[in-house]
Ligand binder design. Structure first.
Ligand code: RFL
Ligand code: PHB
Length: 386
């Protein structure tokens, strides 16, 4: 077993881990990022698409917003579609801010390129790393390469290793969580989007979302039962179901079709592990909390977490200033719970739940209130643009 020393050992090269190591580098703190999967796999992983105002500002201030400004699509509104009618929420008019449609894949690409160009130590294909001794003065991370054990002893370990990583296990917190009885079937298709703004549709057969990645690539989602498999959804069935759920005026409304080149199923749940710290271990991003994707908050929260954690770690390591780290979890959790609330609210308002006619009528009344009351739509817009 080889042993090395570093100031901060980071698990996971997703948006959280990569941005944290970049921000630490800017603050003069040395870190190592240990990633289980290889670089191709990490960069091919398709996930989030919406970067909110605050997260975009954080990326720009850190000098990694060029790609977002060049290739991102600024959106000033979204559409809520229900009862066969579309209603635009003019987010920019209501809040003065907008969102940017920019795939997580590109955020990860930009951050990886920047870390490597700056000589950053990002180690891919390490297999699942483990975390040790977080309650003592010398926490460590171990992993294996080619049968040889590697050990990194650090001043601090940060788990940015997502929902199934080692950070969450080492934290050992009893989570507060909620399962939803459905999943999202997501596709990417080579098809020019028929829309210019995202459409969130509530239909009696279930929720559907029309999004995009570029002017040539559409991203679409369908609510499906949690027990469904990808084999249950051949291409034609997906397109037909989307057309029904996006119906306008009682008529099916077809998204532009094209070759489906990526498909995935993601169960919906909410999860928070509190506090986001144990001894010398800190968590950020999906390792600490999961939101259902309806509010488009997951990656944005990951970015927000590390924007709080990086200066706190740097202040402690450079100046012995402890207060930032001591209050990190409390400060981060305030935003986390606000996002949990918004994501739960959007999810319950827009999805089809089994059975209850009363709940369904209340759902429609709620949507109607959101699109007719300026106060109500402003509340949605403020939470959505971040
Ligand atoms: P990630 O991206 O999961 O990265 C964690 C990394 O850790 C690695 N890893 C380990 N490495 C070393 N040792 C171990 N033991 C390890 N275990 C795991 C993994 O290989 C991985 O590389 O977490 P991070 O950085 O916290 O980022 C969070 C975001 O990925 C996530 O919140 C978003 O994708 C959520 N999300 C959305 N967020 C938004 O802000 N806007 C959106 O529009 C949005 N849409 C979505 C989404 C998530 C979705 N799915 C698939 C759940 C849409 C969907 C469908
Ligand atoms: C996406 O484009 O992937 C996307 C957009 C909005 C959401 C979730 C995902 O709420």
């Amino acid at each position: 077993m080889t042993t090395e020393r570093v100031q901060v050992a980071i698990l996971g090269a997703g948006p959280a881990g990569l941005l944290l190591s970049h921000l630490l580098h800017l603050a003069g703190v040395r870190s190592v990022v240990v990633e289980a999967r290889d670089q191709e796999y990490v960069q091919a992983r398709v996930r989030a698409g919406v970067v909110e105002h605050g997260a975009a500002e954080i990326l720009r201030e850190a000098g990694v917003g060029d790609g977002l400004d060049r290739e991102g699509l600024p959106h000033d509104g979204i559409e809520l579609r229900f009862d066969g009618e579309g209603h635009r929420i003019p987010m920019a008019d209501l809040t003065g801010r907008h969102i940017t449609v920019y795939g997580q894949q590109k955020v990860v690409r930009d951050l990886t390129e920047r870390r490597l160009a700056d000589g950053g130590d990002v180690r891919f294909a390490c297999g699942p790393a483990q975390v040790h001794d977080v309650d003592g003065p010398e926490p460590s991370v171990t992993y294996e390469v080619g049968g040889v054990g590697q050990r990194i002893v650090a001043d601090f370990v940060v788990g940015c290793d997502g929902a199934h990583g080692a950070g969450r296990v080492a934290l050992g917190a009893a989570p507060v969580e909620k399962e939803y009885p459905f999943a999202w079937l997501g596709i990417l298709a080579h098809a020019a989007p028929r829309i210019t703004e995202l459409v969130y549709a509530n239909h009696e057969r279930g929720f559907a979302l029309y999004s995009m990645r570029s002017n040539e690539v559409s991203r679409l989602y369908l609510q499906v039962p949690a027990s469904d498999r990808l084999e249950d959804w051949p291409d034609d069935r997906i397109w037909e179901e989307l057309a029904v759920r996006f119906s306008l005026g009682g008529e099916p409304w077809e998204p532009t079709r094209g070759e489906i080149f990526e498909r995935s199923l993601a169960p919906l749940h909410s999860y928070v592990g509190e506090p986001m710290q144990r001894g010398r271990l800190f968590l950020a991003g999906d390792a600490a909390h999961i939101v259902p994707p309806t509010g488009a908050k997951g990656m944005n929260l990951a970015i927000r977490d590390v924007s709080l954690l990086a200066p706190a770690l740097a202040a402690q390591l450079r100046d012995g200033e402890e207060s930032g780290l001591r209050t990190y979890s409390e400060r981060a959790l305030r935003d986390v719970w606000r996002a949990e609330y918004f994501s739960w609210w959007m999810t319950t308002m827009l999805h089809r739940f089994e059975g209850d006619a009363f709940d369904r009528r209340v759902q429609t009344a709620q949507l109607r209130s959101v699109v007719t009351s300026q106060a109500h739509s402003t509340a949605l817009a403020e939470a959505y643009v971040g």
